[in-house]
Design a protein around this ligand. Structure first.
Ligand SMILES: CC(C)(COP(=O)(O)OP(=O)(O)OC[C@H]1O[C@@H](n2cnc3c(N)ncnc32)[C@H](O)[C@@H]1OP(=O)(O)O)[C@@H](O)C(=O)NCCC(=O)NCCS
Length: 184
């Protein structure tokens, strides 16, 4: 397990799946805002890759996020689009509603940076998020990500086109531990 200051990133457990499906992916507005495609219900028992780890691909590494203090499941995080030639990848995360606004998101980003830069030896990490997602933008910027551009009207979300912000962080810019204890 990877440990940040407040969160742990561990493997997906069978017991996590119904909680993540109900609290995260059944939420139409949250899913529509956080994902590139249209919301669709996930059938219990399905092998949807947002919930069930696809062992056949090495381009994506999904984690379940837990509170270090007590081990409660609080969300999902992912290093995806891993490109071992250009040594870059994307970061994605979603916390259960009760876990938001407590500093966990910032710590998840720090821990994913440790995984991407230290464990995987990547050179660049990237995040795309809606321009009004202040919590995600702040979680990224607190870890050193810089805004590299705005993708105008790039996301169709619940009846409107919204702008997305592209943020990037290079290995040589990253300051491990800037947000607390250095992840291990
Ligand atoms: C986005 C998300 C991961 C951020 O994690 P979080 O734990 O809520 O964020 P944090 O508590 O670490 O807060 C980070 C910063 O955002 C601010 N913030 C938190 N919630 C906020 C809100 N609802 N509105 C405005 N600012 C907010 C905090 O004050 C903090 O600011 P600071 O760094 O200046 O002190 C989480 O809110 C979430 O899962 N949201 C729903 C799914 C989602 O949007 N995923 C990202 C898709 S790209």
């Amino acid at each position: 397990m990877l440990k940040g200051s407040k969160v742990g990133l561990r493997a997906r457990h069978e017991d996590d799946i119904p909680i993540l499906r109900t609290e995260l992916y059944d939420d139409v507005v949250n899913s529509s805002r956080a994902e590139a495609g249209p919301w669709r219900p996930i059938t219990p028992g399905s092998k949807d890759p947002r919930l069930v780890v696809d062992e056949t691909t090495d381009r994506s590494v999904p984690f379940s996020v837990i509170e270090l203090d007590g081990g409660t499941l609080i969300g999902s995080a992912n290093l995806w689009g891993i490109d071992t030639h250009n040594r870059c990848a994307h970061i994605g995360l979603g916390l259960l509603p009760a876990a938001r606004g407590k500093g966990y998101g910032t710590d998840v980003v720090a821990t994913l940076c440790h995984y991407g830069f230290v464990v995987r030896g990547l050179h660049r990490l990237q995040i795309e998020t809606l321009s009004d997602n202040t919590a995600m933008l702040r979680s990224a910027e607190s870890n050193g990500f810089v805004r590299e551009g705005v993708l105008r009207s790039s996301a169709w979300v619940m009846g409107a086109f919204l702008d997305e912000v592209l943020l990037g962080l290079l290995a040589e810019e990253w300051k491990p531990g800037a947000q607390g204890r250095t992840p291990v």
